[in-house]
Write a protein that binds this ligand. Structure first.
Ligand SMILES: Nc1ncnc2c1ncn2[C@@H]1O[C@H](COP(=O)(O)OP(=O)(O)O)[C@@H](O)[C@H]1O
Ligand SMILES: Cc1cn([C@H]2C[C@H](O)[C@@H](COP(=O)(O)OP(=O)(O)O)O2)c(=O)[nH]c1=O
Length: 227
C-alpha cells in the first residue's frame, strides 16, 4: 500500500517556465487517474507570504534584497511550514511543489555574506527538513535557462498582485539571478535527488511540448511515473 504521496519540486530561476510546465504535468497526472495538486511558494496570500510579497515588491520599508539572507530564508521557511501542515498527505498520490526548500538554498545562498553558499545550503536544509520537519521531495527538477531568457519571460508575465506590473527586486537583479542559477547547477551535480533540465537551445526556449516530454522522461527513468 502506498504510504506517502510522491513529492516533486520544480525549481529554477524566475521565468524559467515552472508554472507553465506544472499545469501540463498536473493535466497528465490527473488524466491518468491519480490524485494530485500543486502547492506554490511563496503563498502570497498567507500570513508569512504577504510579508514576503511586500519585501519583494520593493515598495515596503524593508526590501528582500536588503534583509540578511538568514532572516529572509526564515520567512520563506515559516511560509512553507504553515502551508504544508494544512495539507493531508493521504489525500494525494502526487504533490507538485512550485519552488520549495532548494529555492531558499539557491537564492538566499547567493546573497549570504557570513558563510559559503554550500554551508548556507546545509543550514537551510537543517532548518526546513530537521527543525521544521517539512516533507523532503522525492525529486528536485531544476529548469535551467539563461538570465537573458529569464528576463524576457518575466517581462511577459504581466500583472501580479504582490508586485503589480513591475518585476520584483530579485527579478531585477541580474547578479542574484546569475548566482542563483550557478548554485542550482552546482546542487544538481552534487545530489542524486536533484536533476537539471536544460529548457533552452541556441538562445531560445525549447517548446513547451518538448520540455513536458523531457519532464515525463525523467520521472519515468527515476521510477516516479508509470501511466
Ligand atoms: N517553453 C516556453 N517557450 C516560450 N515561452 C515560455 C515557455 N515557458 C514559459 N514561457 C513564457 O514565460 C513566461 C513565464 O513562465 P512561467 O511558467 O510563469 O515561469 P516561472 O513560473 O518559472 O516564473 C510565460 O508567461 C510565458 O510567456
Ligand atoms: C520559495 C522561495 C522563493 N524565493 C525567491 C525566488 C523568487 O525570486 C522570489 C519569488 O518567488 P516566485 O513567487 O516563484 O516568483 P514569481 O513571482 O516569479 O512567481 O522568491 C526564495 O528566495 N526562497 C524561497 O524559499
Amino acid at each position: 500500500m502506498k504510504t506517502k504521496p510522491t513529492y516533486i519540486a520544480i525549481e529554477g530561476i524566475d521565468g524559467s517556465g515552472k508554472t507553465v510546465q506544472i499545469a501540463q504535468l498536473l493535466d497528465e497526472i490527473s488524466g491518468a487517474g491519480y490524485r494530485c495538486r500543486e502547492v506554490s511558494f511563496p503563498q502570497y496570500d498567507g500570513f508569512f507570504g504577504e510579508q514576503i510579497g511586500a519585501m519583494l515588491s520593493g515598495r515596503h520599508s524593508v526590501r528582500a534584497d536588503e534583509v540578511d539572507a538568514r532572516s529572509m530564508a526564515l520567512w520563506y521557511a515559516a511560509d512553507r511550514m504553515r502551508t504544508m501542515r494544512n495539507i493531508c498527505p493521504d489525500d494525494y498520490d502526487y504533490i507538485i511543489l512550485n519552488r520549495y526548500t532548494l529555492a531558499n538554498a539557491a537564492y538566499q545562498g547567493s546573497r549570504c555574506k557570513d558563510s559559503t553558499p554550500l554551508e548556507f545550503a546545509k543550514w537551510v536544509f537543517d532548518m526546513e527538513e530537521i527543525e521544521f520537519q517539512l516533507p523532503v521531495p522525492d525529486l528536485y527538477l531544476i529548469f535551467d535557462v539563461s538570465p537573458a531568457l529569464s528576463a524576457q519571460n518575466v517581462a511577459a508575465k504581466g500583472y501580479r498582485d504582490y508586485t503589480g506590473d513591475s518585476a520584483d527586486v530579485y527579478e531585477k537583479s541580474s547578479s542574484i539571478l546569475t548566482d542563483a542559477r550557478s548554485l542550482y547547477r552546482e546542487f544538481a551535480a552534487m545530489y542524486d535527488s536533484m536533476e537539471l533540465l536544460e529548457c533552452h537551445e541556441n538562445g531560445r526556449m525549447k517548446s513547451p511540448e518538448a520540455i513536458h516530454q523531457a519532464v515525463m522522461d525523467i520521472l519515468t527513468q527515476r521510477g516516479l511515473w508509470k501511466r
